[in-house]
Design a protein around this ligand. Structure first.
Ligand SMILES: C[S@@+](CC[C@H](N)C(=O)[O-])C[C@H]1O[C@@H](n2cnc3c(N)ncnc32)[C@H](O)[C@@H]1O
Length: 221
């Protein structure tokens, strides 16, 4: 590892907020070990941009962790387009009581995810290499999560077919989520999404505002 890699790794780790311990409970050491490797090797592997390193915790790890309390114990989650690990791998670390399937088409990213799963001893987290649409009809989850994959009107057709009846979509989204919902009206109806909600988690819990799009699929309720 080069010197400047070590410097960026140190910078990223210095900014871990106190909230991390609270959010991750006794899994904090495992989350720290993942953060350290992502800070040290993530840029070189094309998983994270250099400007993101100082906000690794606030913008990436804690942003992912915000979904954890929304997931029931004993359930199965498919995370679509996990990339470097957000949010699926982070959730796999802090929720050992839930099964996570990380769906990612890129070989190098799958290799990274598999390596982290082995290194961190995550028996509840599995990689499924491929595009989400390749698993339609072959796999069913209680929740589908995604961050930074595509706009809602394209994301819903990729993800809703992976949900069981009454399952839930949980997407981390940016400030334009309300415009994305407007543009997605047709697909929201087509895929029978209901109980649509955008939860905004503010600066009191995380240093950057996080928006979570939630919706249930199915006709009951
Ligand atoms: C911008 S990256 C985001 C990675 C990660 N979710 C994050 O927030 O840091 C988008 C990821 O989605 C993956 N992806 C793109 N289309 C996909 C599809 N149809 N099914 C599953 N993954 C997909 C890409 O390979 C890439 O790793």
């Amino acid at each position: 590892m080069k010197h400047d890699d070590l410097d960026s790794a140190a910078t990223a780790l210095e900014v871990e907020p106190a909230a991390a311990a609270e959010l991750a409970g006794d899994r904090i050491d495992v989350l720290r070990a993942f953060a350290a490797d992502l800070a040290a090797r993530g840029e070189e592997l094309g998983l994270i941009g250099p400007l993101e390193l100082p906000r690794l915790w606030t913008r990436h790890l804690l942003n992912s962790a915000v979904l954890a309390p929304l997931i029931h114990p004993g359930t199965r989650v498919a995370d679509i387009g996990t990339g470097g690990g957000m949010p699926g791998l982070v959730l796999g670390i802090i929720r050992p009581d839930v099964e996570f399937y990380l769906v990612e088409p890129m070989e190098r990213r799958c290799a990274w995810l598999g390596e982290q799963i082995d290194r961190l001893g995550l028996t509840n987290t599995h990689v499924k290499r491929g595009r989400a649409e390749e698993f339609h009809g072959a796999f069913e989850a209680d929740y589908v999560t995604a961050r930074a994959v595509t706009a809602l009107r394209k994301l819903v057709p990729l993800t809703a077919p992976l949900l069981r009846e009454e399952g839930e979509l949980l997407f981390l989204k940016g400030a334009a989520i309300h415009e994305e919902i407007e543009a997605a009206q047709k697909v929201l109806r087509k895929f029978k999404l209901r109980d649509i909600e955008v939860a905004e988690l503010g600066a009191d819990q995380l240093s950057e505002t996080t928006r979570v799009f939630r919706a249930r699929v199915g006709t009951h309720g």
